[in-house]
Design a protein around this ligand. Sequence first.
Ligand code: MN
Length: 229
Amino acid sequence: MSAYVVEAPAVPTVPVEGEAAAFPVRRILCVGRNYWAHRREMGAGDDDRDPPFFFTKPADAVVPPGADPAYPPCTADLHHEIELVVAIGRPGVAVPVEAALDLVYGYAVGVDLTRRDLQAAAKAKGQPWDAAKGFDASAPISAIRRWQGPAPTGRIALSVNGEVRQDAAVADMIWNVAEIVSEASKLWALAPGDLIFTGTPEGVAALARGDRVEGEVEGVGALAFTVAA
Ligand code: MN
């Protein structure tokens, strides 16, 4: 006999390199405006000194490697944002920066798919970003690479149909990984299964149906998908 009145949702998962068992996704936190050059391309002035901030996507927004996300409804301006993703493996509350990397299970490569037209409309009206950011299949992700020690700092890049659109370094982030995890742990009790998308560098642009997207973070891995019809 079921303990639930409707069918219980499946636990979204992300594969882990070299492991038969998968990483269960509890929730997805995302950092906004974490690279200066991307802030400028999004219209921020040189006097912009606001710290980065968080928004969220639902756990079942993940698109595991090998799957292709559909072009989402209600947009004519779907954008790619290549991001380093932190997979949290240990719980933590108000963790100091010096201890924050102890919570990290590993890293992955993700794309924060964005309905940019809905985001612009939300910004103009002072409304929340959920429909712009947290839609179905909005978080394609690579397998997770287990990791200990200093966080990745290398090249982060994305190409569409073989043309490089985003090409920067993780080291250019305004908040580094330890600072992101520490800040997040002040706002939420972090727990195993949490994913944190750490923000995108400059070069975000529109995707069309049928586009082939390939992304990589040096030392972490790569992902590839086709935008389905
Ligand atoms: Mn983003």
